[in-house]
Write a protein that binds this ligand. Structure first.
Ligand code: CTP
Ligand code: MG
Length: 220
């Protein structure tokens, strides 16, 4: 725990987290965030940790769930859903984290790691893991164009933490990306990488869900 921390609160900072849970789970086959892992829904795992690590949490949900669960209604893309959440975050929030509901096993420690990096002066911070496969850039007709140096690559996760104004500015022109760090980088922000966690896997396919259930049963 860092010296500027009392419990989960950082002195002088108001930390809010947006949990995006408004996707349709096309690759999974249904809205995966409402599947049960050990009798708790995937989204509930993510929200519980976010609450422990933040002063406040906004949960972004499909229109069918938002009202009954005190959430806000998401949009048709992840970035639009983040903006729905941003509109509900109080203006006195100084650091905003964005977290995928589809990552139920993010730790409270990981939230603290990304928040601490922003407290230390970064515009944004993301968890990253070394890439184990060789990655290729390819053309539309599946021809290899080039191969980046793997040592310069990381696979990034959520939670991603940002200075609140930096994140709001990055979203101001309604841009689209699969994560928020990309929008902040594009806007000239300095985003640092902290150590990611292999357990913090995003549940995308049925195989991922089987893995998650096996983990909680102690089978992996
Ligand atoms: N998400 C969201 N609103 C969207 C799209 C995605 O809130 N319009 C959320 C998802 O619920 C998920 C996170 O963003 O928690 C990461 O997205 P992803 O894993 O791609 O989930 P889905 O978009 O639901 O899945 P798919 O892409 O297979 O349809
Ligand atoms: Mg998606």
């Amino acid at each position: 725990m860092s010296v500027n921390t009392i419990g989960t609160q950082k002195i002088g900072e108001k930390i809010w987290t947006i949990v995006v849970a408004a996707g349709s789970g096309t690759r999974f086959g249904s809205p995966k965030q409402f599947e049960l892992i050990n009798e708790r829904r995937v989204v509930d795992w993510a929200v519980e940790t976010a609450r422990a690590a933040s002063d406040g949490v906004i949960v972004v949900l499909p229109a069918t769930h938002a009202q009954s669960e005190s959430g806000v209604v998401g949009g048709s893309t992840r970035s639009a859903s983040v903006r729905s959440g941003l509109a509900a975050v109080p203006l006195d929030a100084s650091i905003i984290c964005v977290h995928d509901a589809a990552r139920p096993f993010a730790s409270e420690f990981l939230f603290h790691e990304v928040v601490d990096a922003v407290c230390a002066g970064a515009d944004g911070a993301v968890p990253g893991l070394p890439v184990v496969d060789t990655i290729k850039f390819i053309s539309n007709d599946n021809v290899v164009v080039s191969t980046p140096d793997r040592r310069q690559l990381v696979a990034v996760q959520t939670p991603q933490a940002f200075r609140a104004k930096v994140l709001r500015d990055a979203h101001a022109s309604n841009p689209e990306s699969t994560d928020d760090a990309t929008l902040v980088e594009t806007n000239g922000g300095r985003v640092v990488v902290v150590h990611g966690d292999p357990l913090n896997r995003k549940l995308t396919t049925p195989e991922d869900m089987n893995w998650a259930r096996a983990i909680t049963r102690g089978e992996v």
